[in-house]
Design a protein around this ligand. Structure first.
Ligand SMILES: Cc1ncc(COP(=O)(O)O)c(C=O)c1O
Length: 445
């Protein structure tokens, strides 16, 4: 099951059922313990207000549709940007309803995959012409891994895969290895420099670990792979839109990522593929659909790839999702990824600090690194009975998610998450942990 669809708990959100308790802990779950902890929390709440008042990104929150819920699941599904509904209504009513097939040219539908790729590019440190949008991350992983193996030197026998990878990457890499006659070797990302050999075609690494929120050293790992003659293929799902990536600057060869997390493109919005400019001419896609043909309307029997990143395309793009993403990316107008990163670290620092203050001692253990250079934009806490704890948090208006068996995940999207949100989430977590009986080890569940 995919991460976005994994848990019924994550789906049974108060928003989905419209229960009154979704309106927030303070009004919906008033207990003596709550009141006491609110008094004790007054000072940190004031600190949070000050931090919000000084936050240069605070006003960006108004570009999203949000309510009183503390939404900390943007690392799974980003919130809805206000620009999207009107744009989609226009695409449906006018571009499709009135212009119909003319929209492929007159509304720019045909070139949308490259145009929207160029819109994402600055967030990933890529120049125009290096990113194409379309298909799912899984499909783009297939293109990147098989395409990478086809560009690797003869005599390569293996693909290295991040041992902690999101599962789909491993599944695709194993299938790609079977098809190309290579073997997959799982490797701890921090050990890639020691493990890579002249027989390694490429390494596929998650930039930020989906479970722990650990950030891997993209520049150093990419350089180590290059010095052994291997290619670096990065999965940016949990870093794109949350921190600077520097794809061009660090010489990354191939990269993929989704757009429904920190890029807020909507459920199932299309993913993207990055191919380094100097490799594009050699990129031989394993899915050479007609959209990537040099002359797609020539309807030729023989395949001839288009120049540039267009050869990363496959078939007819999913225009409604693609244009919802296009509109969603407008929220980045005037926002720098450096400002986003600075706020992300400040938010996660503040949340970790508040969790340490509010949670009963020893009840949760952060598995997200403390060091900024190793932290993505989420905080993961190991917690016995995490499923029940998250279900109760959601009932009290704090939405994160949990990963089996025992990890609570809280994603911080700096574009719309406030310090007050972080403080309230930690405070409600402290209340829940005090009120729910701690599961007895080995008692099942
Ligand atoms: C790191 C990572 N890679 C890949 C995927 C899968 O993406 P898709 O379902 O778009 O193929 C996800 C989904 O959440 C992910 O977190």
């Amino acid at each position: 099951m995919s991460e976005t669809h994994e848990t019924p708990e994550a789906h049974e959100t108060p928003e989905a059922h419209g229960t009154p308790r979704a309106r927030g802990a303070s009004e919906a779950h008033e207990t003596p313990a709550t009141r006491e902890s609110q008094e004790a929390a007054q000072e940190p709440a004031a600190v949070a207000r000050e931090l919000d008042a000084a936050d240069p990104l605070a006003a960006i929150r108004d570009r999203f549709t949000l309510d009183d819920t503390v939404y900390l699941d943007g690392n799974s599904l980003g919130a809805l940007p206000r620009t999207v509904p009107a744009r989609i209504a226009d695409v449906i009513a006018r571009e499709w309803g009135e212009l119909r097939i003319r929209s492929w040219t007159e509304s720019g539908w045909w070139t949308a995959p490259e145009r929207i790729g160029d819109k994402i590019a600055p967030l990933l440190g890529a120049a125009p012409g290096r990113i194409v949008v379309g298909d799912s991350t899984s499909v783009n992983l297939f293109k990147a891994v098989v395409g990478g193996v086809r560009m690797a030197g003869k005599g390569c026998t293996e693909i290295l895969v991040d041992v902690t990878t999101f599962p789909t990457d491993g599944y695709i890499a194993r299938s790609a290895a079977r098809m190309t006659g290579l073997a997959v070797r799982p490797v701890e990302p921090a050990r890639i420099a020691d493990e890579v050999t002249e027989r390694t075609a490429l390494a596929l690494v998650n930039h930020v670990d989906y479970r722990t929120g650990r950030l891997h050293d993209l520049p150093a790992i990419t350089a180590a792979l290059h010095s052994a003659g291997a290619l670096a293929v990065w999965d940016l799902c949990h870093s794109a839109g949350a921190l600077p990536v520097g794809l061009d600057a660090h010489g990354v060869d191939l990269a993929v990522g989704c757009t429904y997390k920190y890029l807020n493109g909507g459920p199932g919005s299309p993913a993207y593929l990055y191919v380094r400019e100097s490799l594009q001419e050699r990129f031989d896609s394993p899915l050479p659909g007609w959209n990537s043909h040099a002359d797609p309307f020539g309807m030729e029997t023989a395949y001839a790839p288009a120049d540039g990143i267009v050869r990363g395309r496959v078939g007819t793009p999913d225009i409604l999702s693609l244009l919802a993403l296009d509109a969603a990316l407008d929220v980045w107008d005037g926002v720098t990824i450096e400002d986003v990163r600075a706020k992300s670290l400040a938010l996660t620092d503040f949340f970790l600090d508040r969790v340490a203050a509010y949670a009963p001692p020893g009840r949760v253990r952060p598995v997200t690194p403390q060091e900024h250079r190793r932290r993505g934009s989420q905080v993961s806490l190991e917690c016995a009975g995490a499923g029940e704890v998250m279900a109760e948090l959601i009932r009290r208006g704090v939405v994160g998610d949990f990963r089996r068996p025992d990890v609570l995940r809280f994603g911080f999207t700096p574009l719309y998450t406030s310090f007050a949100d972080a403080e309230r989430a930690a405070r409600v977590l402290g209340e829940v942990l005090r009120e729910l009986p701690e599961p007895v080890a080995g008692a099942g569940g």
